[in-house]
Ligand binder design. Structure first.
Ligand SMILES: [Zn+2]
Length: 271
């Protein structure tokens, strides 16, 4: 599932490919649920003749600001991706000015395109984006102190902090030596600060490496250029159950926390 670094990589590539400033000539919706609650016909009518003025990202959402004043908010969910070339499983195709087309591919069909008048309809439900200045240590500390929940599901909660998914949550907890099942209000100041810094660190390194791809299947993450991202070699915890910890050589454990596969070091990350 694409997380902040993967979504950021895609947004940057769409800008680099010159999608900004282009007019949408037509929209071909092949899987109607992608644009729900709108129908394919209504969606196409509303975006036709409109220019994509700006592409940005908040959390795991990609935002296309439109000249009509509306915003197209795209969530890739499990397996959504973009391509400049046609392929199997194209659920939505935007025909743009100067003969350019943008293909939205989604084998799992979970991705969503929401056309909204005001992005706050969705953004107001999110916590601060993990890589912005709004995500501060004092906000993080106060928010976690007030809650009595296991730390891993808490940092996965997009209403607390936007951008982390399963891979980078495991990475941040490994980096800060915190057990994924620790209860949030038992973390001391030093631990909270380490976790806060680790979240920013793992996401920044992920962006620098153009994201992470950990599988070989069709649902696996690919960027706009069809690349799988260069972050795989940097992954310290996620998907490494049974392999030696890169800090202390103890075999990492795989467990399930809040229904999510979770990887941690039983000696570095004490309960
Ligand atoms: Zn270790």
């Amino acid at each position: 599932m694409p997380e902040l670094p993967e979504v950021e990589t895609i947004a940057r590539q769409l800008r680099a490919r010159g999608i900004e400033g282009r007019e949408i000539g037509s929209a071909q919706v092949n899987w109607e649920r992608t644009v729900a609650p709108l129908t394919a016909a209504t969606f196409s009518k509303q975006v036709c003749g409109v220019t994509i003025t700006q592409i940005s990202r908040v959390g795991k959402w990609i935002l296309f600001s439109l000249s009509s004043g509306q915003t197209l908010m795209i969530h890739l969910r499990m397996a959504g991706r973009f391509s400049m070339e046609p392929g199997a499983h194209d659920r939505l195709i935007l025909r743009l000015s100067d003969g350019l087309s943008l293909y939205y591919r989604d084998t799992r069909k979970f991705g969503r395109w929401r056309l909204v008048d005001d992005p706050e309809v969705i953004l107001s439900k999110l916590g601060p984006d993990a890589l912005t200045r709004k995500f501060t240590l004092s906000y993080f500390t106060e928010t976690l102190r007030k809650r009595q929940r296991k730390i891993k599901p808490l940092i996965l909660d997009q209403a607390i902090v936007a951008g982390l998914g399963n891979i980078y949550a495991d990475e941040a907890l490994w980096e800060s030596k915190i057990h994924p099942e620790r209860v949030s209000n038992t973390l001391n100041d030093a631990e909270l600060k380490n976790l806060f810094k680790a979240i920013k660190h793992v996401l920044r390194v992920g962006v620098k490496n153009r994201g992470t791809s950990l599988g070989k299947g069709k649902t696996n993450y690919r960027d706009v250029e069809g690349e799988t991202g260069g972050h795989r070699a940097e992954v310290k915890a996620y998907g490494r159950g049974g392999q030696p910890c890169k800090r202390c050589k103890t075999p990492l454990k795989k467990t399930v926390v809040a229904q999510r596969g979770t990887h941690f070091c039983p000696s570095c990350q004490l309960r």
